[in-house]
Design a protein around this ligand. Sequence first.
Ligand SMILES: [Zn+2]
Length: 187
Amino acid sequence: MTPRLLWFTPEHYHQLLSNALEHAPDEACGVLIGVTSHTGIVNVEQLIMLDNIASDRRVNFRLDDEQLARVVGGIASSDREIVGFFHSHPNGDVIPSESDVALASYPDVPQIIVGLRHSPPSVAAWRIAYGAVSRIDITVGDVAPSQAPQGLSDFQKALILVSAALALLLVITSALALLPPAPEIPR
Ligand SMILES: [Zn+2]
């Protein structure tokens, strides 16, 4: 299922921000473990920090392949998966850099970027697929979101039906009002 909404508990969201702040002025990086529902809601259950092995860590990040392989091995027998890669921009915002776009190699896994330029820091999730970048919504809360944002809720569907019925009623009443008066019936 294509990820459409990333759900963090406040605890995990806070952990993401504090990891990024701790590693500044270097870029922090790691993976998110969790599950994706059939409606595309990504439940982030765990953050795993990984070493940034880039030579220019202040402006770049590179994951360590061995560490990543250990993470993948650790969840292989579970129904959990890597649901995101994250890294920080210690002096930047949440927009993927040119190298983020060029080097993104898992098109189906959201890329989460923590921007530390402003206070409070900001976070955004992106789908980066073969050079095309699109944003994925993030929600933070203790309770699971019931619906990914693109879909209509049952309430919204009911509202549309009621509006349509009212509109039809209005058309019928107007049409009736426009009818000429009935001719007198001769006695
Ligand atoms: Zn970046």
